[in-house]
Design a protein. Structure first.
Length: 573
């Protein structure tokens, strides 16, 4: 294994260093016998890391690589490997060949590390030399591809415990190298968090400090689940890393902060809205992932039935009036409005939006982000936009009477206005506007369509199971045996497979309640009737409730009874 020439001789013979440089470095090594000659040469900038590595390859008869193709790596070789051990030894198996295992290694004399690979794979390792940063990237890439965030976070525990001075030094290191592709474990951990979140289609990432742990949770298809946890002492470094990425003040821990991260994963442009807040055990972080390529901008993809599609298409092609979408946070209101705007976005229309914040950029549309710090609110932004000759205006949310008054006046003066409200159902939109102080006659004369929506999880098409629901289940949701018989006598329930991360669900669709404003409803609004009265009138004219639309999706095999019950309330009484 060992060559006849010394490292210094090889480097000199290839013109990498001079004999004088070798002599000086050997003299230094005599006073620091634990240091390798190659390390000293690189540290003193006498030679580059790759030149020393190539010389070591010649000395020991080993192949040298400057990069690895992650797609060609045999992931099964490291299935029993521990992340912390891999990073400590800087050694990683990547390819099996004729009973041997090619193994990336930084130090050719790391015989203990090679023994670990030999025992783990039951094959003889063949060392392949690579630069330190390349091997670290390979290790992080393999563990990330395996989706082993939990393993990586848990094994931060094997890192050397840090006192306050050491922790401060780590944070300083992160600051110094924040813009570079750093190999630090915290940076690798956070990179893995983002990549795994994208793989699992998470909409939100939560990082929370508990008494003795840092907990990572993802919201996937509307449901929050714990993914991993790390030792509490790494909390500060994790928070600092996120704050640096989102350009927040790392020294400020007493008040909430908001920021934004932009990056690319697999060629996809990703925006992340970051919010920090103080808590008892330390700052918590919530990150909303905005994937430009994941948003559905075609109305046909949003889960409308035939009637709903016809109703909304008619409403958004009117020359004036207000279209209101209601529902709680995270119910898909913004996506619906973006799809509506995309549908009517033509060169002959001037479309303007006022949002908080701008979640997705739409070509051909002017989008304004509100900024309360400088006095730019929904109301002031909307008032300003009315001087820009708009045909269509979208207001992110009607929060107060001033915004409501301006939106209604815009609708009454020939503009089509889209906006959202936080109400439980479509009928609640009328009473909410009146409660804000808007006159009933203005509400009744300006609204064209009020719709409520919720997001429900789709059953995984690969593993959903047909089953016979109990009479109690059917009674609770309001499905009759006759309805089931009309669709073939089969309903489905979740099971769980690799494709859906064993959840039984994959993706989401929406359920809707659409109220077309007719003369009878306008009279009820003028009389300040309550929401229940208005809803009964709408249902007598063909409106289906959220629960009823959910039942249709259960009967179609799209969702399940428990899922519809989770997001809707029974309004039959």
């Amino acid at each position: 294994m060992f060559g006849s020439k010394r490292l210094g001789e090889i480097l000199v013979s290839h013109g990498v260093v001079t004999p004088q440089q070798i002599a000086e470095c050997l003299e230094f090594q005599a006073s620091a016998p634990d240091r390798r000659l190659g390390e000293i040469l690189v540290e003193r900038e006498c030679a580059k890391d790759i030149d020393v590595l190539r010389a070591l390859g010649l000395q020991f008869g080993m192949e040298v690589r400057e990069s690895f193709d992650l797609e060609a790596v045999d992931m099964t070789l490291s299935k029993d490997y521990n992340y912390a051990v891999a990073m400590r030894e800087l050694i990683m198996p990547f390819e099996a060949r004729n009973g041997f295992v090619l193994t990336a290694i930084v130090d050719p004399l790391n015989l203990d590390g090679l023994d670990v690979i030999r025992v783990m794979t039951e094959m003889e390792p063949v060392p392949v030399l690579a630069p330190r940063d390349v091997v670290k990237k390979l290790i992080a890439g393999i563990f990330d591809k395996r989706g082993d965030l939990a393993n990586m976070a848990e094994n931060l525990d094997t890192q050397k415990p840090a006192g306050e001075e050491e922790e401060a030094e780590k944070i300083e290191d992160i600051l110094n190298r924040a813009a570079s592709d750093d190999e630090g474990p915290i940076i690798q951990l956070m990179n893995m968090v983002f990549q795994q979140a994208m793989r699992e289609r998470a909409s939100d990432i939560h990082i929370e400090a508990a008494e003795d742990r840092v907990i990572f949770r993802f919201r996937v298809d509307g449901v929050l689940k714990e993914i991993a946890s790390a030792p509490k002492r790494f909390h500060s470094a994790i928070v600092v890393r996120v704050k640096i990425m989102s350009s927040l003040n790392i020294a400020e821990k007493r008040i909430p902060q908001d920021g934004r991260i932009r990056f690319k994963i697999a060629g996809r442009d990703i925006d992340v809205r970051v919010a920090t807040a103080p808590a008892v055990y330390g700052e918590r972080i919530t990150m909303r992932i905005l994937d430009q390529q994941a948003i559905l901008l075609d109305l046909k993809d949003l889960g409308f039935n035939e009637r709903h599609y016809r109703v909304i298409t008619h409403a958004i092609t009117q020359p004036h009036g207000i279209v209101l979408v209601t529902g709680p946070t995270g119910s898909g209101k913004s996506t619906t409005l973006y799809a509506c705007l995309n549908r009517i976005n033509t060169p002959d229309k001037n479309i303007l939006t006022v949002e908080d914040p701008v979640e997705y950029q739409l070509a051909g549309i002017s989008q304004m982000a509100v900024n309360a710090k400088i006095g730019l609110t929904f109301a002031s932004g909307l008032r300003s936009y009315l001087r820009h000759d708009p045909d269509v205006i979208m207001v992110g949310e009607i929060r107060d009477q001033e915004t409501a008054d301006i939106a209604i006046q815009a609708a009454l003066t020939g503009h089509l206005v889209f906006s959202t409200l936080h109400t439980n159902d479509a009928a609640g939109a009328f009473t909410r506007l009146i409660d804000m102080g808007v006159e009933p006659f203005l509400v009744s004369s300006s609204l064209e369509l009020a719709m409520a929506q919720r997001l429900v999880r789709r059953l995984c098409p690969l593993c959903k199971l047909p089953y016979e629901p109990s009479p109690e289940e059917l009674a609770e949701i309001g499905i009759t045996r006759q309805q089931i018989d009309r669709v073939g006598g089969v309903l489905y329930k979740p099971c769980g497979c690799k494709e859906c991360n064993n959840s039984g669900y994959k993706g989401r669709t929406a359920i809707y309640e659409m109220m077309v404003i007719n003369d009878a409803i306008r009279r009820y609004v003028m009389q300040r009737a309550d929401a229940a009265t208005i809803k009964r009138e709408a249902e007598s004219n063909g409106m289906t409730s959220l629960r009823a639309d959910g039942i249709d999706k259960v009967l179609a095999g799209i969702s399940s009874i428990p899922e519809i019950l989770r997001v809707t309330q029974d309004t039959s009484d």
